[in-house]
Design a protein around this ligand. Structure first.
Ligand code: G6P
Length: 612
């Protein structure tokens, strides 16, 4: 979602801003803009991509060693040039960039209008900068103090950076709900929504906390206080991120690179946590909270999107292995329906970005009721990681493609480790099964390597179905969440309508859609429900649907019925999601490329959804 980047120091700001905005493109956006200060305050902004902005600026003046840049994901007001950020104040002396939503903007706007303010855009952001300027003028305050006072009047979420024409030696930044990180260089500062625009300049960063405001000088010390005016000492942390991890490394798209990274990323998720030979599973991040799991009468997963699908796999895993009842909740539904939460509930929040607004709000709700909150996040130091009592990072490395791939398999890996550990502690798993699953889990990266070798075959299948208007995905038991995830991958990047269903449920509706045009992707690997799924395949065939089946290696039976089969290495039923999702990721990728879609930044989607 919206991306923020800003610079103050000795270098020319513009190239740093533009490069930073390119780095933030993965978050999802629909317009972009920059403002540089060099005597004049030059603002350039337009609908479209950062490259469109660069073309738009052309030979325009981009001088200045202080500047701010923004990618906008529309919330208030359509994506167009006027609604793009930065926004000016009434006098055009101040500019602002903003990520988040000011919920009471309409009331403030009405008041400001009464006092003669005119607004150019439909955004909530423009209202905020008008308010800041009015406070500053009325009380002749310093910029930072005016920002602080204004923020005490707003309700909602924000990460903002404000720049003033009359003060070219300071930027003011603040955050609540939306992320913000400040990179500290030698006599220079870099501000951004995440560390990706900063990593090549400095490894020293400060993560701004909610309701903190930062005063960022050209030369001098970074000062932080709360919006209630309490001084804070900046806590400088070392950034654990390298440049290669956020570049494409020879792949055409980040998504493809990330699909191919999975054998490595899954190993990273297990590193130091799993030793099959010695029969050890240990998750340091939850060690102190294991007793809470052992006492839990219930586990509740909260998540959104792909992470919710991982939660669904978690339900099957935890119920099967630990015998603790599990509920899986969409964070957005959970938080608004007056849920029943007990103090002995363990709530597991799953999030790649660690910034998803609904998940974060659901955590706060569950926390306020006394539940134990465990996080499974990919981004180290993210808001969700900090809001939870305990947790385990997925360690998948930065995921840039908007469609989640390696983060999903890393989440499922961590969930498997967690369920195994708790099952062992609870005594709900036999020693033989425990050891068998540990060594099987260890072999998963090699099995995924084998699936990746099927890329050409999967590409051929993709070419057959790239012009479909609809697709159905079926799975059962552990592969039902995989069917949902396969359908989500296809719809989000190729814009083909796709639905995932539990295979047996097909009879209760989707079967009406099946004709000779309809591709049906079925995960029919060996395991408990194999025979049942085979029957479902026959039901599809009887209605002339096209079957593309993911099967266990050597399965001749389904081959006879299916139009295409993709053979994947056999594994234990509970680990099948990790292997079977990979061909579906590749399939969606190729279909999207063949349809000419923007694979890494699909229309209307955002990587990090920081608004409700
Ligand atoms: C967005 C992304 C999805 C992601 C979901 C949840 O919709 O496009 O890929 O699954 O948010 O994000 P999280 O960062 O909480 O996993």
């Amino acid at each position: 979602m919206c991306g923020i980047v800003a610079y103050i120091g000795d270098r020319k700001a513009y190239p740093i801003l533009v490069k930073g905005l390119h780095r933030l493109e993965y978050r999802g956006y629909d317009s972009a803009g920059v403002a540089m200060l060099n005597g004049n305050l030059n603002v350039y902004k337009c609908k479209g991509k950062v490259s469109d902005l660069e073309k738009f600026i052309g030979d325009g003046t981009t001088d200045g060693t202080i500047g701010i840049g923004h990618t906008r994901w529309a919330t208030h007001g359509v994506p167009n040039d006027v609604n793009a950020h930065p926004h000016y104040s009434e006098s055009k002396n101040l500019v602002i960039i903003h990520n988040g939503i000011i919920e009471n903007y309409a009331a403030i706007k009405a008041e400001l209008k009464k006092r003669g303010h005119t607004f150019l855009s439909d955004t909530d952001t423009e209202v905020l900068i008008h308010l800041i300027e009015e406070i500053q003028k009325n009380d002749s305050l310093k910029l930072g103090e005016a920002v602080r006072q204004a923020l005490n009047q707003v309700v909602g979420a924000y990460a903002i950076v404000v720049m003033s024409k009359s003060n070219p030696d300071e930027l003011v930044a603040a955050k609540k709900g939306s992320p913000m990180v400040i990179g500290i260089g030698k006599g220079e500062f870099f501000i951004a929504s995440d560390a990706t625009p900063i990593v090549e300049y400095t490894k020293n960063v400060v993560y701004l906390e909610d309701e903190e405001i930062a005063f960022i000088p050209r030369n001098g010390e970074l000062k932080i206080k709360t919006i209630k005016n309490r001084p804070k000492t900046p806590s400088v942390q070392a950034l654990e991120l390298n440049l290669e991890a956020i570049e494409k490394g020879g792949y055409d798209h980040f998504m493809l690179k990330e699909i191919y990274e999975q054998p490595r990323s899954i190993k990273d998720s297990m590193r130091g946590r799993l030793n099959a030979e010695k029969g050890i599973v240990n998750l340091g991040g939850i060690a102190e909270y294991e007793q809470k799991f052992l006492n839990a009468k219930r586990i509740i997963f909260i998540a959104c999107g792909t992470s919710w699908h991982a939660g669904l796999v978690g339900e099957y895993l935890f119920e099967d292995l630990t015998r603790i009842p599990v509920e899986v909740e969409y964070a957005s539904e959970f938080r608004y329906r007056n849920p029943i939460i007990y103090e002995d509930d363990v709530v597991i929040a799953i999030s790649q970005s660690g910034e998803t607004a609904d998940t974060l709000a659901a955590i706060e709700l569950a926390k306020s009721k006394g539940a134990t909150i465990v996080g499974i996040c990919n981004v180290v130091g993210s808001s969700i990681a900090r809001a939870t009592h305990a947790g385990s990072y997925t360690h998948a490395g930065p995921e840039i493609g908007v469609a989640s791939t390696k983060a999903f398999t890393a989440q499922v890996t961590v969930l498997t480790l967690m369920a195994l550990r708790i099952a062992q502690r609870k005594g709900t798993i036999s020693s033989t099964r425990f050891h068998q699953l540990l060594s099987e889990l260890e072999s998963i990266p090699a099995k995924i390597e084998k699936v990746l070798k099927l890329n050409e075959q999967i590409k051929t299948i993709a070419s057959k179905y790239k012009d479909s208007s609809n697709a159905l995905y079926l799975g059962r038991g552990f592969t039902f969440p995989v069917a949902l995830e396969g359908a989500l991958k296809l719809k989000e990047i190729s814009y083909i309508h796709a639905e995932g269903y539990p295979a047996a449920e097909m009879k209760h509706g989707p079967i009406a859609l099946i004709d000779e045009e309809m591709p049906v992707f079925v995960i029919a690997t060996k395991g408990g429900s194999y025979e049942k799924v085979v029957s479902n395949i026959q039901e599809v065939k009887a209605r002339k649907g096209k079957i593309i089946a993911i099967v266990s290696e050597g399965d001749e039976h389904v081959k006879e019925m299916a139009d295409y089969t993709i053979e994947i290495p056999e594994t234990d039923e509970i680990l099948v999601p990790l292997v079977s999702v990979v061909p579906l990721q590749l399939l969606s990728y190729h279909v999207a490329v063949m349809r000419g879609c923007n694979v890494d930044q699909p229309r209307n989607l955002a990587k990090s959804v920081t608004v409700e």
